[in-house]
Design a protein around this ligand. Structure first.
Ligand code: COA
Length: 115
């Protein structure tokens, strides 16, 4: 059964500015795996913005706020993104689905939670 769905769109420049203003923003919001993945990409702010959108979409799907680093986006070898719980807590879902897209200006994420 579907527990919840969430969608979020964000301006890439907003995330870029937040990082440039406060370099600690990256470690506060993203996991080491997410940072390593995005730093390996040419347009890394787009990839970071997509992951920020995924965390907001996750919060919408769940119906309540959680710390930014509670979940992380991990890409399969195919490139397909997955969403994993990092903090070991039981958020009441058994499976999370995530899809990301990003252009120069905007990034979008959709999350569906099942239980
Ligand atoms: C995967 C694909 C749909 C991405 O679309 P795009 O328009 O290039 O880029 P978008 O901005 O819309 O999406 C990028 C996101 O797609 C997601 N993505 C990548 N590969 C994916 C896959 N196989 N399945 C689902 N999502 C995928 C990733 O989350 C990626 O963002 P990230 O790198 O920050 O995690 C596109 O590369 C494609 O059509 N590939 C088809 C060819 C193919 O299957 N190649 C691999 C097998 S040889």
């Amino acid at each position: 059964m579907i527990l919840g769905t969430g969608v979020d769109m964000i301006e890439v420049a907003r995330v870029q500015k937040a990082i440039e203003r406060n370099p600690r923003f990256v470690d506060k919001v993203f996991s080491p795996l997410e940072i390593t993945y995005c730093e390996g990409k040419k347009n890394h702010f787009q990839h970071l913005a997509a992951r920020f959108a995924a965390k907001e979409a996750f919060i919408k799907a769940l119906g309540r706020g959680v710390p930014w680093t509670s979940v992380e986006v991990v890409n399969l070898p195919s490139g397909q993104p997955t969403l994993s719980v990092r903090d070991g807590k039981d958020y009441g879902f058994s499976r999370a689905h995530v899809s990301l897209t990003h252009l120069a200006d905007h990034a979008i994420a959709v999350v569906v939670l099942e239980r």
